[in-house]
Design a protein around this ligand. Structure first.
Ligand SMILES: CCCCCCCC/C=C\CCCCCC(=O)SCCNC(=O)CCNC(=O)[C@H](O)C(C)(C)COP(=O)(O)OP(=O)(O)OC[C@H]1O[C@@H](n2cnc3c(N)ncnc32)[C@H](O)[C@@H]1OP(=O)(O)O
Ligand SMILES: Cc1cc2nc3c(=O)[nH]c(=O)nc-3n(C[C@H](O)[C@H](O)[C@H](O)COP(=O)(O)OP(=O)(O)OC[C@H]3O[C@@H](n4cnc5c(N)ncnc54)[C@H](O)[C@@H]3O)c2cc1C
Length: 647
């Protein structure tokens, strides 16, 4: 299936655009008569729960959960991700139920535990979240303080939060929504520490929803975005759970308290890899949404004149506007293709691990970290650029660009803070360099690091640019290794040398990610384009070209340091870039239409398909409760006395 065909015919589209009678989005009760911006914090949450129940009931009715079709396939289809944008401008309170609670059981539970708990969770008989982060720790998992002490006399685990900083803090839905959760806690048996393990814990009574004895729950308060996710806190007071509530696919605790270690202690972190992989695709969706809104608005909005003798032009005709927005279209496609490629890598490694082969887990971890970082970093920045490109109307909540920014920027922090994850990938790159320097084979995505051939003459071609980014990455990694080695030889500890080199390590890690993304985007489009019509193939190759040249110009400093690019090459690249903007401009609206995001999913006064921007802005304005009366009561209560000197 061709690339754009994939966009239009992705499984979720067959579900979303299916005949009317099965079309979730045709159920108008799912949508708000009063914009949620005018609801209180509490009303927003209650309204989100109302819509959640409706939405999931319809999903269960229409979305044929084939027995055995794993939650991973459904999530991969983007179905939930895109359609939920229609119902919730922010994420729903059950985002973590599907996004982590179910995947954690699927990835960490024994077959028996999966059989029992997955069925109840997928049928929504129980609602869960994933509780790992604490008030005092998010990144440093080994520093988490919640304990699970095994009591062999009762065959129970005793969960306890010893300090305020050990309170679980952030898990979505934890405040008032879920009644179960997967808790990551430090396992102790007879005083001996056995690392971080996953426990499936009931938090609330299934009938009354009251917190169980020894369980303290609440929500953490207002946030920059995701206002309906109900992020909460959780503390245990010597709370007992049965032995069979530890998810024991990897490590086990026998009745007598014997600990049986899994093949790797890091398998307990597997859910995080899965979510990082999913996030890349989620970012592609967010970028498609913002690009559709901003490009369509830029085709409708006329402002100023290019020539005094001509009428006001579409702002999309300004080359600066094309520079702002066309890269957004290419970025969505880049991360969409990389997400599918990464998903195939993920499922391949998971399959190998099922048969005990852990060899490719480190490469998957490094890839998941780096692509999660670059996709969230780029998309957050470009969604904000889309907002700015829409002028004042982009600042309106009704444009849906501020919400979209909130969704994107949150992902820079959750599931692994971006700097920390880039350092994880850097750790893998330095180890690869050291391994390769001893003549040992490297993983496919890191093998280029050992290219010791002389730096070739620069070529302003896709091959030349991709090769250039690989040179940059390899050069940066080599510089990091040299600096660390030099510091260690001077008597600095390896850890301190690592920290003193960490700014360069983060840059090397990003450079590696860009090299992977450029190469993958290019190869995936070339593969897909073969099945497309020549015009479609041409425009997709133009987008790949634009993407590669854009990033070459963005990273000129690095290319000048590590490749043979010269001034005339740069001048030519700049001209190539401007020529591509001109070539793609006529297809800009058609390309965002090909994302095929319905008005209900865009949820935007600026991005609606019919282009009635001004009428929609006015319709939304009149929904403000303040417009219900010509004079607000505060005039008589405060302003009038104040203006007449009586206050
Ligand atoms: C809008 C679009 C979005 C769409 C999304 C839809 C669905 C999403 C659903 C829900 C949304 C998510 C909400 C957010 C949920 C959360 O935030 S859950 C909490 C997430 N928390 C983290 O990610 C914590 C980040 N910290 C870490 O991962 C680790 O602490 C660390 C890796 C930073 C450091 O760990 P440490 O123990 O100090 O390890 P090191 O000594 O650095 O490394 C030890 C070795 O272990 C390897 N390793 C580390 N992590 C993993 C892993 N996950 N998998 C495999 N291997 C791992 C590491 O490479 C080291 O190996 P070597 O020793 O061989 O080098
Ligand atoms: C919207 C949202 C939803 C979330 N949902 C969940 C959830 O459902 N479940 C859950 O368990 N968690 C959740 N989290 C928590 C999230 O996983 C953590 O916020 C994240 O892991 C970062 O940890 P932290 O907040 O403790 O930040 P810190 O780790 O304290 O980071 C603060 C700063 O310190 C720096 N830093 C930290 N360690 C290092 C290091 N080793 N080297 C260099 N710099 C470092 C970071 O780069 C950052 O600049 C959510 C967070 C958000 C924002």
């Amino acid at each position: 299936m061709g690339l754009v065909d994939q966009l239009v015919n992705q499984p979720h589209y067959t579900l979303v655009n299916q005949p009317r009678e099965n079309d979730i989005l045709s159920h108008k009760e799912l949508f708000d008569s009063i914009p949620e911006e005018y609801l209180s914090h509490k009303e927003k949450y209650e309204n989100a729960i109302r819509k959640t129940v409706l939405y999931y009931r319809l999903m269960q009715k229409y979305q044929n959960y084939k027995e055995g079709s794993t939650i991973l396939d459904e999530t991969r289809a983007n179905y939930r991700n895109l359609v939920s944008f229609a119902v919730f401008k922010d994420y729903p309170p059950l985002m973590l139920h599907n996004g982590m609670f179910i995947p954690a059981i699927a990835g960490q539970g024994t077959p028996e535990q999966q059989k029992h708990w997955l069925k109840r969770a997928k049928n929504m008989e129980i609602l869960g979240t994933y509780a790992q982060t604490e008030l005092g720790h998010g990144t440093f998992i080994r520093g988490l303080e919640t304990t699970a002490e095994y009591d062999p006399s009762t065959e129970e685990f005793v969960l306890h939060s010893p300090t305020l900083t050990s309170y679980k803090w952030w898990p979505g839905g934890l405040g008032h929504t879920v009644n179960y959760c997967v808790v990551m806690a430090q396992l102790y048996i007879r005083g001996r520490h056995h690392g971080m393990q996953p426990f499936l814990v009931q938090l609330r009574d299934e009938a009354t929803h009251m917190p169980l004895p020894g369980v303290k729950l609440g929500e953490i308060g207002a946030k920059l975005g995701l206002s309906t996710v109900n992020n909460g806190f959780l503390a245990f007071e010597h709370h007992r759970i049965p032995r069979d509530r530890m998810l024991m696919k990897n490590a086990q605790v026998l009745k007598d308290g014997t600990f049986v270690a899994g093949p790797s202690s890091k398998l307990a972190y597997g859910t995080m890899i899965y979510v990082r992989v999913i996030i890349v695709n989620g970012m592609a969706n967010l970028m498609a949404k913002a690009a559709t809104i901003a490009v369509r608005y830029s085709a409708v909005r006329r402002q100023s004149q290019i020539k005094p003798s001509e009428p006001e032009c579409q702002i999309l005709d300004y080359v600066t506007q094309q520079h702002k927005l066309l890269i957004c279209i290419a970025t969505s496609l880049a991360f969409s293709t990389c997400a599918r490629w990464l998903w195939d890598v993920y499922t391949g490694v998971m399959g190998q691990m099922e048969s005990g082969n852990m060899d490719h887990l480190p490469e998957l971890h490094a890839l998941a970290c780096s692509l999660k970082v670059v996709s969230t970093m780029d998309v957050s920045g470009l969604v904000e650029r889309c907002r700015l490109a829409c002028g004042g109307h982009g600042f309106m909540h009704s444009s849906n660009l501020p919400y979209t920014y909130g969704l994107a920027t949150a992902a820079c922090t959750y599931e692994g803070e971006n700097t920390v994850l880039l350092l994880q990938t850097a750790r893998s790159l330095v180890k690869a360099w050291q391994k390769g320097s001893k003549g040992k084979p490297l993983s496919p995505t890191e093998a280029y690091l050992m290219d010791k051939s002389p730096v070739p003459k620069w070529e302003n071609t896709l091959d030349g640019i991709i090769a250039g980014f690989r040179r940059v990455s390899a050069g940066k990694v080599q510089d990091c290794v040299s600096k660390i080695d030099k510091l260690v030889k001077m008597g600095t500890s390896y850890e301190d040398a690592w920290n003193q080199t960490s700014v360069r390590l983060v840059a090397a890690s990003e450079a590696h990610s860009r090299a992977v993304i450029l190469a993958t985007f290019r190869s995936e489009v070339s593969r897909a384009a073969a099945a497309l019509s020549p015009p479609l193939s041409r425009v997709l190759h133009q987008l790949v070209h634009l993407y590669c040249v854009y990033w070459a110009l963005e990273r000129l400093g690095d290319l000048l340091l590590y490749t043979s690019i010269a001034e005339r090459d740069v001048q030519e690249l700049q001209q190539q870039y401007e020529d591509l903007l001109q070539k793609i401009r006529p297809n800009a609206v058609g390309l965002v239409d090909a994302f095929d995001l319905r008005d209900e999913i865009l949820n935007s006064t600026l991005g609606a398909y019919d282009g009635r921007v001004y009428e929609r802005l006015m319709e939304e304005a009149l929904k403000s409760p303040l417009n219900a009366e010509p004079v607000n009561q505060s005039f008589h209560q405060y302003l009038k006395p104040f203006m007449h000197g009586k206050l």
